[in-house]
Design a protein around this ligand. Structure first.
Ligand SMILES: Nc1ncnc2c1ncn2[C@@H]1O[C@H](COP(=O)(O)OP(=O)(O)OP(=O)(O)O)[C@@H](O)[C@H]1O
Ligand SMILES: [Mg+2]
Length: 378
């Protein structure tokens, strides 16, 4: 899956391609999509396969093109180049109302004069569904999002989280093949957002609809997604499961965007299994020692992989002084400076008992297992 972003030419079917009548395994296939606004490139050759029935997130910093890509999938924006297939059919030029998609926005845009039930029923009425069918479907959806008792209320009488559920139920009512969600949780307060993340994931699992979810919050993407496409400057940087992206980031950008990490820049290429960082020599990870990644210029070392103590039994150890201490309760984060070389490292140490943190200025040893450092492509 992690190679999807580099997928080959659009119609080069693999040798054992499924027969044309088989159900497509990808709900959405985006190939070489480009989009510029007045010469400014918003999408720069994006190719993504979204597996059918998955919770798929587009993650990246503000302005990287996430919403534009979602709008290209929904048909509200047409690409300058490239193709969009949905459920196995080419939809590149189809208008939004001809696509089997529905959209949920950050501002939920509920109809203020309609109660919850009528908001949810709206799409079904437009499609002239029968009365009984509408009632049954709306009941089902209200139960799904836990709003049975609020069905007669107007949106203004609901909390933010409840309004969000109405918007979700309304979008799901028409049974889209793909639900597109553009930062739908962004305006909720933190606690409610965390709760809604789990709710949304449960709902997705229950209905089995493919969700394409836009967020700039890496924690949110990690919590909910089966797969994440990390974007930067209109390009896909990496696609993979949350664990793949966290454990095997390919670039410094991805390593840093997904979680906290120390970037170890090498003074010179890895040689004989040794690497030099800030004038000090350490054991390099086996992968780079084996020669395959010898050309890398930097490594990612996650904060939680750095150990701090008086006695450490790892292959890489250095003397250091504590410069900053942050007490998180469940863990303690230290910023230390290595003796001699002057390099800083950040360590996040889990707290299993009632350990008192080392104070600022304390002399400590820091260490890590060589294979905890991940070689990054330059
Ligand atoms: N209709 C438009 N006209 C002109 N420029 C646009 C338009 N829509 C988007 N852009 C530009 O395209 C780029 C990508 O925008 P987009 O909204 O896709 O980013 P985003 O990743 O969704 O950001 P955010 O996290 O802030 O929502 C930005 O530079 C933006 O200014
Ligand atoms: Mg956006």
């Amino acid at each position: 899956m992690s190679d999807q972003g580099q997928a080959g030419p659009p119609h080069a079917a693999p040798p054992h391609a499924a027969p044309p009548h088989a159900a497509p395994s990808h709900a959405v296939e985006i190939r070489g999509v480009r989009k510029a606004f007045n010469g400014a490139v918003a999408l720069d050759g994006v190719s993504i396969d979204v597996p059918d029935g998955s919770f798929f997130s587009l993650l990246g910093p503000s302005g990287c093109g996430k919403s534009t890509l979602l709008r290209v999938i929904s048909g509200f924006e047409s690409p300058d180049a490239g193709t969009v297939q949905i459920a196995g059919r080419d939809m590149t030029d189809a208008p939004p109302n001809r696509r089997p998609t529905a959209m949920v926005f950050q501002r939920w845009a509920l109809f203020p004069h309609m109660n919850v039930r009528d908001n949810v029923a709206y799409g079904l009425r437009l499609r002239k569904a029968g009365k009984q069918r509408i009632r049954a479907r709306v009941d089902e959806l209200l139960a799904l999002v836990g709003l049975e008792e609020h069905s007669a209320k107007r949106p203004s009488q609901l909390s933010g989280g409840q309004q969000q559920r109405v918007a979700l139920a309304r979008a799901l009512a028409i049974e889209p093949r793909v639900l597109l969600l553009d930062e739908p949780l962004a305006s909720l307060d933190l606690k409610l957002r965390l709760q809604m993340q789990l709710e949304l994931k449960r709902i997705q699992r229950e209905v089995g609809t493919t969700f394409v979810f836009v967020t700039h919050d890496q924690g949110e993407a990690m919590t909910m997604s089966d797969a994440i496409a990390v974007m930067k400057d209109g390009r896909v940087q990496q696609i993979g499961s949350p664990q793949e992206i966290y454990d095997e980031p390919r670039s410094a950008f991805v390593a840093d965007f997904i979680g906290d990490t120390n970037l170890l820049e090498l003074d010179e290429p890895v040689r004989d299994g040794r690497m030099t960082v800030g004038g000090r020599t350490f054991a390099a990870p086996a992968r780079s020692a084996a020669g395959g990644d010898g050309g890398c210029e930097a490594l990612s070392l996650r904060y939680e992989r750095v150990r701090v103590g008086d006695e450490l039994d790892c292959a890489n150890v250095a003397d250091a002084a504590v410069e900053e201490v942050v007490f998180f309760g469940g863990s303690i984060r230290y910023r230390v400076r290595l003796d001699g070389g002057g390099r800083e490292l950040v360590a996040e140490v889990p707290r299993t008992g009632v350990e008192t943190p080392y104070p600022i200025g304390a002399k400590v040893r820091v260490g890590w297992d060589p294979d905890a450092a991940i070689p990054l492509a330059s």
